[in-house]
Design a protein around this ligand. Structure first.
Ligand code: 2HA
Ligand code: ZN
Length: 292
């Protein structure tokens, strides 16, 4: 057998031994998260997006990493002008632009993509099989990944969503990080233990741009949750469950707030009780977000 034949055979052997990507745990996690978020009413139409940093070795069990299907620009709405150097070569699974969370589980290959970040573009390794591409919020996601990886090397997931009560609360509550976090912490006993770092808040800004990405990433240096005022929320975490759980807990607290804000408040969780809780769970909470 000649050298070229041997190469071809080796290529075929790789293909033969690859597992079915649709059974990959990270594809399933994306399908489950988007389905849950849709059912919870957080992600209407094409609202929301998720990106998940994958382990190259794990992806190589399913895909031939040498096989780049297409290359497209990093840009969101505008041309991307940010430095992605720390992420070059990293592989993410990402929801597609214009895609509906409602449809992901039924057709992951059209609605999701597995991409590798290159110097000035995105290499498609799998998915977007109807010609699609990554979410318009990719710049914000990548900037958040870079900020969170600096804060926590085990960071993996960035999730954007439009949870109903969190958004409702944006219209009736002061958009001040301390006051907003404090109100959320007061609404569920375990809130301070789940997001002791609190919630960062950005003013209303134009989405899809590098500007909102930079501002979100700056907040992500100290918060795993960032509210985009009157738009939605960003969450970041080590796993899909953790990230989903962060947003879910904020949303639950916001729901209780919205169900009670117009009624006389007779009882409340006191700051002293929150301190006891933080001590019990051994969490390092934002001390300056409590009052007394
Ligand atoms: O992807 O939610 O912010 C749709 C959005 C944009
Ligand atoms: Zn959005």
């Amino acid at each position: 057998m000649g050298f070229m034949d041997e190469l071809k055979k080796a290529g075929k052997d790789i293909k033969r031994s690859l597992m079915d990507i649709k059974s990959a745990p990270f594809v399933k996690e994306m399908c489950e998260a988007t389905a849950n978020m849709y059912r919870l009413g957080w992600d209407e139409r094409n609202g929301g997006n998720i990106s998940y940093l994958l382990d190259e070795k794990q992806v190589a069990e399913y895909l031939d990493l040498k096989n780049v299907i297409r290359i497209f620009p990093l840009a969101g709405v505008n041309a991307a002008e940010f430095d992605v150097t720390p992420l070059i070569g990293k592989i993410f699974i990402v929801t597609g632009t214009g895609k509906y969370f409602k449809n992901v589980a039924a057709d992951p290959e059209a609605n999701l993509g597995i991409v590798r970040i290159a110097k000035d573009g995105v290499e498609l390794l799998w998915g977007y099989n109807d010609g699609g591409r990554t979410t318009s919020e990719l710049p914000a996601h990548l900037m958040c990944h870079m900020a969170r990886l600096k804060a926590d090397p085990e960071h993996r997931v960035v999730m954007h969503s439009h949870p109903t009560y969190t958004l409702a609360m944006n219209f009736v509550h002061e958009l001040d990080e301390k006051k907003f976090t404090h109100t959320l912490w007061e609404m569920c006993t375990e809130c301070i233990a789940v997001f002791p770092d609190g919630v960062g808040i950005l003013p209303w800004m134009l989405c899809g741009t590098n500007g909102i990405g930079e501002a979100t990433a700056k907040k992500m240096e100290e918060f795993r949750l960032v509210i985009w005022s009157m738009h939605g929320i960003y969450g970041a975490g080590r796993t899909m469950d953790e990230t989903f759980g962060l947003i879910e807990t904020v949303e639950k607290a916001a729901q209780i707030y919205m169900l009670t804000a117009h009624l006389p408040r007779i009882n409340t969780i006191k700051d002293s009780q929150m301190r006891e809780l933080a001590k019990l769970f051994k969490v390092n909470y934002r001390k300056d977000f409590l009052d007394d």
